[in-house]
Structure formats: structure tokens, C-alpha cells
Design a protein around this ligand. Structure first.
Ligand SMILES: N[C@@H](CCC(=O)N[C@@H](CS)C(=O)NCC(=O)O)C(=O)O
Length: 207
């Protein structure tokens, strides 16, 4: 039986789905209602993860894995299509760098404020103002690279592409960053990624 991912449409568990699709790792999905934490299978996400957050994975062994970064790296380690990045290589540490960058500089630092009701519009704009320096750094790094690290899609790309999918909804523009924009267009044209985005759009439309 495959691992079970608790998934809330367009939340960070979508990054885990991107990685799983690209690495050909089967995942069972249990949909989570963001507002109530109700699970499609019955019960509540709080019964599984006391913080009520995705990304949360139940592995085949029954073990629970939380934190998007850890879930992404686990998925990548199970990859059948693309070789996992070996942990004793410099590429591995570069990949960790970009996973961590996306988690701490983009996901939690910016989206945690912009999408939650506790902050005023002014506070949200102050946090949006962090984006240009981070986008410029990514734009420079991507240059004419196809991927964040090496020559194939990795956990780091899965996380960043998810963040960029959410960017427009967070009123963050990448229009001034041509390499980043080209990267985003290339990655979202990948058929498996496009299909998962369309699936979440359909799920959102039904709620
Ligand atoms: N530390 C967690 C944070 C994950 C997180 O922020 N998840 C958001 C969705 S993108 C969530 O579940 N929010 C619901 C909530 O906080 O109640 C991780 O790195 O995965």
C-alpha cells in the first residue's frame, strides 16, 4: 500500500504531489478541508497531526512524517524515475539549500503572513516587500539553468514551483524576473505538474 498524503488543494502538500508525480512515487490522497480540517475519509487532520497542518504523510510502515521539506526529501528518496540525489554530493547540499530557502524565506516568511487573517493589509504589504530581493536572487541563480540543481527536477524544484503557483494569488509578481518567469513557465508546462494544478483547481471549484 502506498504512503498516504493528507492534501489540501493549493496548500504546500501540492509540492509533495509534484515531487511524487515527477519521481513516479505512488501516493494515496486524503483530502483535507482547509477551514474545518475535516478529512474526506472521515475524522479530522488534528487527530493525525496535532497542529492540523499539511504536509503530513503516513508512510507504508505506519510512521508519521510531517514538515513539507522532510516529506519532499522522503518522496525523492523513493524516486523510481529520476535518481535520488546522493547525500554525499555537493548537489545534495545545494538541493537542501533551495528546499530550506523556499521553506524559510518564501513559504513561511511570506505566505504565512499574506494568506492568514491575523495581519493587517499594511503588514501583508510589508512582507510582500521581502519578495523582490528573493526573486532577484533566484533569477540570477537560474540564469540559463533548467532546474535549481543539476540537470533534472528535484525536491527543490517541486517546492519552488508550488510557491510560484501561489505567488499570483498572494499578489506577488515575477514579471520583472525573466529567468524566473521562464523557469516557472517551463515547469508548469510539464504535463504531470499541469495535471495536478488542474486537479486542485477542480477541487477548489467544487468547494
Ligand atoms: N512547518 C510546516 C508548515 C506547513 C504549513 O504552513 N502548512 C499550511 C498550508 S501551506 C497549513 O497547513 N496551514 C493550516 C494551519 O496552519 O492551520 C511545514 O514545513 O510543512
Amino acid at each position: 500500500m502506498p504512503a498516504l498524503l493528507y492534501h489540501c488543494p493549493f496548500n504546500c502538500s501540492l509540492a509533495v504531489r509534484f515531487a511524487a508525480a515527477e519521481c513516479d512515487v505512488p501516493l494515496e490522497i486524503d483530502l483535507v478541508d482547509f477551514a474545518t480540517k475535516a478529512l474526506a475519509s472521515g475524522g479530522s487532520l488534528f487527530d493525525v497531526n496535532p497542529l492540523g497542518q499539511v504536509s503530513t504523510l503516513r508512510l507504508e510502515t505506519g510512521e508519521l512524517l510531517t514538515e513539507t521539506s522532510a516529506c519532499l526529501l522522503w518522496v525523492q528518496s523513493q524516486g523510481k524515475v529520476q535518481m535520488p540525489v546522493a547525500p554525499n554530493t555537493s548537489d545534495y547540499f545545494q538541493m537542501l539549500r533551495w528546499v530550506s530557502f523556499t521553506s524559510t524565506e518564501l513559504h513561511k516568511q511570506i505566505l504565512r503572513v499574506v494568506f492568514y487573517p491575523e495581519a493587517t493589509d499594511t503588514v501583508k504589504d510589508n512582507f510582500r516587500a521581502l519578495a523582490p530581493a528573493r526573486f532577484a536572487l533566484l533569477n540570477e541563480h537560474l540564469g540559463n539553468r533548467d532546474f535549481l540543481v543539476g540537470d533534472h527536477f528535484s525536491a527543490a524544484d517541486a517546492y519552488l514551483v508550488w510557491f510560484l503557483v501561489l505567488s499570483a494569488r498572494a499578489k506577488l509578481s515575477i514579471a520583472e524576473y525573466p529567468q524566473l518567469g521562464a523557469y516557472f513557465a517551463r515547469q508548469t508546462a510539464r504535463p504531470k505538474i499541469a495535471a495536478l494544478i488542474a486537479e486542485d483547481e477542480a477541487a477548489r471549484a467544487n468547494t
